[in-house]
Write a protein that binds this ligand. Sequence first.
Ligand code: DMJ
Length: 621
Amino acid sequence: MPVATLLPFTATPSRKSASPTSFRLTEKFILLLVFSAFITLCFGAIFFLPDSSKLLSGVFFHSSSVETDTRTGTDSDSSIAVGKDEKILAKIRKDHERALVEAKDTLQKRADEIQQDIRNEKEKVAREGFGKGGKDDSLPVIDYLRPPGATGHEPSDPETREKRAKIKEMMKFAWESYKRYAWGSNELRPVSKQGHSSNLFGSIQGATIVDALDTLYIMEMYDEFDAATEWVEKNLDFNVNAEVSVFEVNIRFVGGLLSAYYLSGKEVFRRKAVELGEKLLPAFKTPTGIPWALLNLKSGIGRNWPWASGGSSILAEYGTLHLEFMHLSKLSGKPVFAEKVMNIRKVLNRLDKPQGLYPNYLNPNSGQWGQHHVSVGGLGDSFYEYLLKAWLMSDKTDEEGKKLYYEALQAIETSLIRKSSGGLTYIAEWKGGLLEHKMGHLTCFAGGMFALGADGAPDDKTGHQMELAAEIARTCHESYARTNLKLGPEAFRFDGGVEAIATRQNEKYFILRPEVIETYMYMWRFTHDPKYRQWGWEAMQALEQHCKVEGGYSGVRDVYASHPSHDDVQQSFFLAETLKYLYLLFSEDDHLPFEHWVFNTEAHPLPIIRKDNTDKPSPLE
Ligand code: DMJ
């Protein structure tokens, strides 16, 4: 492993100002050397170039003598000024000597002494506080170690490089537009050029800022990242008397903050993530510990969506907390977060599953299933994703997560996966024992999930899982290809004589969702089949052509229309997910490599928690 990966607070080489909280010793050392060289030059200029010394005394020293002369014009003041210059020179000489001694000291230090210095510095920061809010006693001092691959390098192939740069431009435009017209609001209305807030976040502000942080970082948009960080430090406030969606706040805000922390090492993100996690804990106060969908952050009172099967909680919502909560425990030293999500597993394990399937609705009071609807799309999707990723993120130690995932997958294959007469594989929905031959755009993430899980599949099913993944990717591509705008509908059907086409007006919209591009990205990483980049590029061109408006990117109401009618929302997940997955599709594999990172369901990368503790810093060699 390169030494750089072992260094706590190791800065990305090209990083400008979004560095971790304090300068690292290596950086200090380099600065000292530069400073020493600079001073030496100045001394040379002063002592060996007599003609320029006068000039220097007026310019380099920002001459107090010049100013004094102007004010008084007396000789005695001039002599005072000369005396001052000598003092300044003496001080500089002293500083110079001290810098050299310090540099020498650093060179002579052993690796363990350097590590100790780093620890002392970190403890000092924790003791003396950081940013707004100052010291936080409730968080343990931890060593930060940036996991490998936080930023990538330019693709070697010029065409890919160009495409990747184009995607970065899209991010710039989406971000700048949000900044210009909606800064601080949750989302942007790109047509009417104003802020937009859905009720998912109550009165928490800045969803786009928090959701975009890691995309800004990995695209090396560091000035923008710094501006976003400053906004978080000064304005991100969870002390609101408002009801929020626990799921949405978790995947976008907690997930976004955690990733920003792991990428940048900035303490403010850890602190905010844990603070928000704690605010979400009252959601678990139900007889079973299955959390409410909605929570008032001030009162701690929770409830469920009124439309959800007799007051049920939703599988994809309570089942999509695991990754973030495991990291909250790791970063806070508080086991309560992990306990809450492990309890969800326990409740589910006790229940009978119809044909091995997990219904979308579960009553948090009785602990019984609500309506027997099953879906790998909306209401169910990321529950399955998190079983697999819980196992991967635990460095493959969470055997229970693995078992639950592959068992669920078996049931899905048996009961939900079908092939159309035209040869398209799709994942149907299940309603009380009857199949609905419809697949949502949301369900298209499953191609990526199957590919990601193929490697660990039991009974030599790896090849089969990869085939399935490729078939889902193809079907989802067809759902795009069969529209006028070459963007996918919200849901498409395989009945009534159609295949991969939306037949209902209320299923024809496209809201900048990422799932299809997400699957292309996984398929590219695992197969390197150029068609996935080709498909991603097609989607990118359609986005540019039909979704780009003067004030940002907008969803469209009907992908079968000849001209787009814009819905006037730039969803925060467009910046968090769609553009990030597109960018990674055209990046090298060592950028956020799967051996080190797992993406939460909002595409926020979280590092694998190493069983052998190698994610903890070790002494330098
Ligand atoms: C995102 O918020 C997440 O991907 C979530 O899991 C499902 N839907 C949206 C994007 O479509």
